[in-house]
Design a protein around this ligand. Structure first.
Ligand code: ATP
Length: 414
C-alpha cells in the first residue's frame, strides 16, 4: 500500500469498488498497522463510523441495557429507525474527538436534508479531526476533501480518476418466464385506507391512503424516521399495527383469518441486511433456487424445472459461470443482483426492494437499476422501490412520499 500522507490535517477520500477488500483496509486503519503508509502515528486515536459500528452499539445495548450514547437514554437505539441510529452514532463519535475518524459509506440510508446537515457538521469538525472517507459512489465524496485516491490494479493508491468505466449491461437479456401463476381475485394488491400508527403514544403515521395495483412501479420515499419501514412491515404482515385498521392485503382485510404465510408467499423481498443470512456454504445456484422454496439455503431437493429456471436467471445476470461458487465468495454487487433474482424467481405479485443500492459502487448501482427497470417493465409484478434517494435512471411510475408533521407523517402520491 502506498503512503496516503495523512500527516497534519490532511483528509483523504478513498473511492472503492465492491471488489476491493475494504474490511482489511478498515482493520489496518483501526489497528494502526499501516502506520508508515497511512501516516497515522502510534499515539493517534482512531474511530470508525460504519454500519458495523452501529451493530456493535446495538449489541452493547442488548447486553447491558445502555450503549454509551447519551441520546439513547431517551429512546433506545434498537427502536430508532436506521437513519436515526446513524445520526446519533455519528454525533456521538464526533463528540469523542478522535484524532482520526474513518467514515465508511457515511451517507447510506440518510435522507437528503440529513446528508446536507452532516456535510456541514463534518466540515466544521475538519479542523480538529482528520477524516478518512471510504466511498463507493462518486457523488458521496465530501467536497472539502481534495485528496482523492483509489486503489490501482496493483493494489497501490493512486489519484482518483473521476471517469470510471461502467460495466456490462443486462438490458438486452430476457426475464425467465414464471413457473407458476398466482390466483388473485383482483388487481388491487395492497390498500391502506385512513391508517394511523403510534408507538408508545407517539403518532408516527396518520391518514395513510395508498393503493398498490398489479404491475405498478412505485417508489416509497421519505426522510429518516418518517415511517417507511413501518409501512413495509405492515405490507409483509410483520407488524401488529396492521390489525384493526382498514388495511387490505391481496383482497383480504388484515386480521380476517389470513395466515402470515399466505401474505409472505405473495411478496418477494430484498433488504441488504439479508446478505448476512446467506453467509453459508450454499452455492449461487442453490441460493437462487431457494427462492422457489421460500427457504434461506437449500434443504429440499428442487425440481429440474426449478434448476433450469434458476440457470436462466443466472444467464440473464451474466453470472452463470459462477453458478457453483459459494455465495459468500461473490462480490457485493453480484450478491445483490442474485438476491434480487432470488426474490423474483416466483414472479411474486409484489416485489419489495428496500434500499437495494446500499453499499454498492457506481458501476454495480447502474447494473442493479437496469435490472429493476427491466423487472418492472417486463413482468406483471408490482415493484416497490424503497429509498429516500431519487436515482436518475430509475424509471418509477409513481412515488408515495411520506412527509413528516408534528402529529406523524402523512403520505402524498406524486
Ligand atoms: N418499536 C418501536 N418503538 C418505538 N418507536 C419506534 C419503533 N419502531 C419505529 N419507531 C419510530 O417510528 C418512527 C418511524 O420509524 P421507521 O423505521 O418506520 O422509519 P423509516 O422511514 O423507515 O426511517 P429510516 O429511513 O431512518 O430507516 C421513527 O421515529 C422510529 O424511531
Amino acid at each position: 500500500m502506498q503512503a496516503l500522507y495523512l500527516r497534519g490535517m490532511q483528509h483523504v477520500g478513498i473511492f472503492l469498488t465492491n471488489t476491493y477488500n475494504k474490511q482489511l483496509l478498515i482493520q489496518q486503519l483501526l489497528e494502526k498497522k499501516a502506520t508508515d503508509q497511512l501516516g497515522i502515528t502510534a499515539a493517534s486515536t482512531v474511530q470508525l463510523f460504519s454500519g458495523y459500528t452501529v451493530q456493535q452499539y446495538l449489541l452493547e445495548e442488548d447486553i447491558h441495557g445502555y450503549c454509551g450514547i447519551e441520546a439513547t437514554r431517551v429512546q433506545t437505539l434498537r427502536s430508532m429507525s436506521s437513519g436515526e441510529q446513524k445520526k446519533v452514532l455519528l454525533h456521538h463519535l464526533l463528540t469523542l474527538q478522535p484524532d482520526v475518524l474513518v467514515l465508511d459509506n457515511v451517507f447510506d440510508n440518510l435522507d437528503i436534508a440529513t446528508q446536507e446537515a452532516l456535510k456541514e457538521q463534518l466540515h466544521n469538525a475538519s479542523n480538529s479531526i482528520c477524516f478518512i472517507q471510504l466511498a463507493h459512489r462518486k457523488k458521496d465524496l465530501l467536497a472539502f476533501i481534495a485528496n482523492r485516491l483509489t486503489p490501482s490494479a496493483e493494489g497501490i493508491f493512486v489519484p482518483f480518476n473521476e471517469s470510471i468505466a461502467e460495466t456490462a449491461s443486462t438490458e438486452e437479456a430476457i426475464v425467465p418466464a414464471p413457473l407458476q401463476q398466482y390466483n388473485l381475485t383482483s388487481d388491487e394488491l395492497v390498500r391502506f385506507t385512513d391508517v394511523h400508527v403510534s408507538y408508545d403514544g407517539r403518532q408516527v403515521l396518520q391518514h395513510i391512503n395508498w393503493t398498490i395495483n398489479r404491475g405498478e412501479f412505485w417508489q416509497l420515499k421519505g426522510p429518516n424516521g418518517s415511517g417507511k419501514t413501518t409501512l413495509l412491515t405492515m405490507i409483509t404482515g410483520d407488524n401488529v399495527k396492521g390489525y384493526g385498521q382498514q388495511l387490505f392485503l391481496f383482497g383480504r382485510k388484515k386480521g380476517s383469518g389470513e395466515t402470515v404465510w399466505s401474505i409472505k408467499e405473495k411478496v418477494g423481498y430484498l433488504t441488504p441486511a439479508m446478505t448476512d443470512l446467506f453467509a453459508t456454504r450454499h452455492t449461487l445456484l442453490q441460493m437462487i433456487v431457494s427462492g422457489y422454496l421460500d427457504q434461506i439455503g437449500l434443504y429440499t431437493v428442487p425440481s429440474d424445472m426449478q434448476l433450469r429456471s434458476a440457470l436462466e436467471w443466472l444467464h440473464m445476470l451474466q453470472l452463470e459461470q459462477k453458478a457453483n461458487l459459494p455465495f459468500n465468495k461473490l462480490t457485493q454487487g453480484e450478491q445483490r443482483l442474485a438476491l434480487i433474482a432470488r426474490a423474483m424467481v416466483k414472479h411474486p405479485p409484489i416485489l419489495i426492494l428496500d434500499e437495494p443500492l446500499m453499499g454498492l459502487d457506481d458501476a454495480n448501482a447502474t447494473k442493479v437499476i437496469q435490472l429493476i427497470n427491466k423487472l418492472a417493465a417486463e413482468t406483471t409484478s408490482a415493484v416497490l422501490y424503497v429509498s429516500h434517494q431519487t436515482e436518475p435512471g430509475l424509471q418509477v411510475q409513481k412515488v408515495f412520499e411520506l412527509v413528516k408533521t408534528e402529529n406523524g407523517s402523512v403520505g402524498k402520491v406524486i
